[in-house]
Design a binder for this molecule. Structure first.
Ligand SMILES: C[S@@+](CC[C@H](N)C(=O)[O-])C[C@H]1O[C@@H](n2cnc3c(N)ncnc32)[C@H](O)[C@@H]1O
Length: 233
């Protein structure tokens, strides 16, 4: 990984913002990911994220924290937060912005216990593909204190396969439609392709059942997105 995502965050943080990250997927054209969005304040966050932050309690783990916007908000509210990310640049930025406990770490290498685990901005993305979901959910469950909760958002992206006549063009024999190949470029450089998973709520609920988690729908967003709370069954 070239960590172009982290480089972009570092550029923005250090006054070198000249262009945005460009993303695309195997089913969608190039799109800008505006860097300022990754530095959003509470009032600029989607309702789903604001709700997740309102529900966060106790010792909190912010998984895939990026620039640390959610961690900073919670920390300022007096809560104890640990922020982790696999991106070195992201963790450097989170630290520069004042996140007190930020570490370069893959969620699968985390072993502390928490009361709340946050996975936001399509939190299921880090599961990468459907076949990996139980492994990640089982691990996340093992990190919960008694009465702990996982707050995670995602979207049902079936709409991306809809044609102008309202029909769907997805190949029913192909893999799950939420499994995407994700491409990112920044300042003319291309990151290694990644897998990124969007899970519809029913699929997430089903996967939770198989690993002994109860999955509750907390809030639906305006565009097929949702926030779910997972607790041990
Ligand atoms: C879409 S960004 C979201 C950033 C941040 N949560 C936000 O809302 O602005 C996803 C983040 O997850 C991180 N990530 C991906 N896989 C991860 C893993 N296995 N463990 C920890 N972080 C991961 C990426 O480096 C990236 O910073």
């Amino acid at each position: 990984m070239k960590d172009l995502f982290g480089k972009a965050l570092l550029d923005y943080q250090n006054g070198r913002y000249t262009e945005d990250i460009i993303t695309s997927t195997n089913i969608s054209e190039e799109d800008d990911l505006p860097l300022p969005y990754l530095f959003r304040e509470f009032k600029e966050m989607p309702k789903l994220e604001q709700k997740a932050l309102a529900l966060a309690k106790g010792h909190i783990l912010d998984v895939g924290c990026g620039a640390g916007s959610h961690s900073l908000y919670l920390q300022e509210k007096g809560l104890q937060v640990k922020a982790i990310d696999i991106s070195k640049g992201a963790i450097e930025v989170a630290k520069q912005r004042g996140v007190l406990h930020a570490e370069v770490k893959n969620i699968l290498d985390e072993s502390e216990k928490f009361d709340t685990i946050l996975l936001l901005m399509n939190g299921t993305g880090i599961f990468q593909e459907l076949v990996g979901v139980s492994k990640y959910l089982t691990h996340l469950k093992s990190l919960l204190n008694p009465n702990g909760q996982i707050l995670i958002d995602s979207s049902d992206i079936k709409y991306m396969y809809e044609d102008e006549d309202g029909g769907f063009w997805m190949d029913m024999n192909a893999n799950y439609y939420g499994e995407l190949d994700y491409f990112l470029s920044y300042k003319g450089k291309q990151e290694a392709p990644m897998k990124w998973l969007y899970l519809d709520f029913e699929k997430l609920q089903l996967a939770c059942e198989t690993v002994g988690l109860t999955c509750e729908l907390i809030l639906e967003g305006e565009h097929f997105d949702y926030l779910a709370r997972l607790i041990p069954a």
